[in-house]
Design a protein. Structure first.
Ligand code: 13P
Ligand code: SF4
Length: 306
């Protein structure tokens, strides 16, 4: 493990590469990364870097976003099969047909979607800035929100806006059990429940705090509470524990006995694959210039508003 760490560090240095990792990555990948963050912070980091190579330890749409923002840089992803169940619920041909049914509507898409869906959108948002982006759209405009129906429903209720929702969801966030979280709360009465807005309505109703991964992390640092039930992908607990070693973090329980609170796509990346992709400079993420330019427009609107 130590050898792999030093190999990765040496390769990053010799190739002027930056390693970006999402909070849902394995702890060892987070520890060797140059920057660990949520989707918004990672996009900002990708937009600002002067590295020649960006290695994106996350999922496909995140690496694609880095390429949209950095056409001249080589963007590598440790495993090209690291997709996203939520992005997969929104195929471009069906989304185009859906969008055509609502002609005078502003399309806001959550960043967890393909470049094709981004290119069909007016604005992109992440869970960190979604409230800000939607609030920037005049109230008399109709809004179509894709692809996450849970985040969309949460935003509609919070902002008092009538959003038309694409019926997508994430397999990790919709598997959390309302019943088991309630039982955990009884066993740990002092624990606060913190949840990502991709979770279903019943689960969000149990939460003391709802937010993006970075918002959840910050909440655990600033709250005086000593125990938290963490209802999102379990990888984030690594940073929570590092930042607050005296606090206890209980992973939110899924409805079954498997480790379904781990994203199977995020977990395809390994330290060995990070080393190999730096060494061989592949798999590389590529995009046609036409698609990239069309997907860039709503991304830039998001970045200028955040
Ligand atoms: P964040 O932007 O909150 O990190 O969310 C990313 C994600 O994929 C949630 O499933
Ligand atoms: Fe996609 Fe869900 Fe994994 Fe996030 S946790 S990358 S939304 S499958």
């Amino acid at each position: 493990m130590k050898d792999l760490f030093s190999e990765i560090q040496a390769l990053k240095k010799s190739k002027n590469a930056i390693l970006l990792a999402h909070y849902y990555q394995d702890a060892d990948i987070q520890d060797v990364a140059d920057f660990v963050g949520d989707s918004l912070d990672l996009s900002k980091k990708a937009a600002a870097t002067d590295a020649d190579i960006i290695v994106f330890a996350g999922v496909h749409f995140m690496a694609e976003t880095a390429k949209i923002l950095n056409p001249s840089k080589k963007v590598l992803i440790p495993d090209l099969k690291a997709g996203c169940s939520l992005a997969d619920t929104c195929p471009p041909d069906r989304f185009r047909a859906f969008r055509e049914k609502y002609p005078d509507t502003v399309v806001v898409s959550y960043i967890n979607c393909s470049a094709e869906i981004k290119a069909l959108s007016d604005y992109i948002c992440t869970s960190s800035n979604a409230e800000k982006i939607i609030s920037a759209i005049p109230r008399d405009k109709k809004i179509l929100f894709a692809p996450d129906k849970n985040l969309g429903r949460y935003l509609a209720e919070k902002l008092g806006r009538d959003l038309t929702l694409w019926p997508g969801s994430c397999i990790v966030h919709e598997i959390f059990s309302e019943k088991k979280i309630t039982q955990l709360k009884v066993r740990h009465p002092a624990a606060l429940v913190i949840a990502h807005p991709e979770c279903e309505e019943g689960v969000l109703k149990l939460a003391d705090h709802i937010g993006s991964t970075s918002s959840l992390l910050k909440f655990t640092q600033t709250s005086p509470a000593k125990q938290f039930i963490v209802v999102t992908e379990a990888g984030i607990i690594h940073q929570m524990q590092k930042a607050s070693p005296d606090k206890e973090f209980i992973a939110g329980p899924p409805q079954n006995e498997c480790s379904c609170n781990e994203c199977p796509y995020m977990k395809l990346n390994t330290l060995e694959k990070v080393r190999d992709c730096l060494l061989h400079e592949k798999p590389e993420l590529t995009l046609s210039e036409d698609l990239r330019v069309r997907a860039l427009v709503p991304m830039q609107r998001m970045l200028s508003l955040s």
